[in-house]
Design a protein around this ligand. Structure first.
Ligand code: FMN
Length: 209
């Protein structure tokens, strides 16, 4: 399977080659892979910012413990979860399903209500955690799609959320930066690429019952 070879090729890139930029059609493919991510109920309760602006990247680097990936990567994907539960998010999803699958929306109303009940039953902490978790599935699709296109990436939680939210004006939009991924091309000087992967042996990681 080519996918396994590509997953072995990928690594969390520490040093990107700042002179290289991702081509527009590759970027479109990455966006499509993120768009196709699975999400709970199919709601996709997040927004993904894709940042190329140099000035903004520098500001974000300062809010990410000065990690060089923020300025040297071609683009930064910022996965933002919605901070508030809103019935309109579910209504929009129901409408989209009705339209796409040519089903009368009245038939989907019960399902919509079920989702609303289930989400409103969560505590605030459980909602925030659930909401952030959704973005990690999209992150994972991005990392895999990057590997398939031989584009480098680095998943990152090492940044100050509050500062990111402020710099990117996310609070006003009801969004929160959950996790980020700079993407681009590895520098030949990044020694991390030559290190062997550290992974648990399958006998320990899996238990077949
Ligand atoms: C959610 C998440 C957050 C991470 N945060 C950072 C980070 O802030 N900075 C960094 O250099 N690497 C970060 N990493 C990369 C991990 O250290 C790396 O994926 C792990 O050591 C496995 O190595 P590999 O991805 O190169 O195979 C993060 C990875 C994940 C999945």
């Amino acid at each position: 399977m080519d996918l396994l070879e590509n997953l072995k090729w990928r690594y969390a890139t520490k040093k990107f080659d700042a002179s290289k930029t991702i081509k527009e059609d590759d970027l479109e493919q990455l966006k499509e892979a993120v768009q196709l991510s699975a999400s709970s109920y199919g709601l996709q309760l997040y927004k993904v910012l894709i940042i190329q602006n140099k000035e903004l990247k520098s500001q974000l680097r300062e809010a990410a413990w000065n990690q060089a990936q923020l300025t040297d990567a071609s683009h930064i994907f910022v996965f933002c979860n919605y901070t508030e539960r809103k019935n309109e998010h579910i209504d929009e999803y129901i409408q989209a399903t009705a339209k796409t699958q040519d089903t009368p929306s009245e038939k989907l109303e019960g399902y919509g209500n079920l989702i609303k009940q289930s989400l409103s039953a969560k505590s605030e902490a459980a909602w925030q955690s659930w909401s952030e978790k959704q973005t990690y599935l999209a992150l994972s699709n991005l990392l895999t799609a990057c590997a398939e296109l031989k584009i480098d990436s680095c998943p990152m939680e090492g940044f100050e959320q509050e500062k990111f939210n402020k710099i990117l004006g996310l609070d006003e939009k009801g969004l929160n930066a959950a996790v980020i991924a700079p993407v681009g091309y590895r520098s030949t000087e990044d020694h991390t690429q030559f290190r062997s992967k550290v992974r648990k042996p399958k006998e320990i990681l899996f238990e077949e019952i």
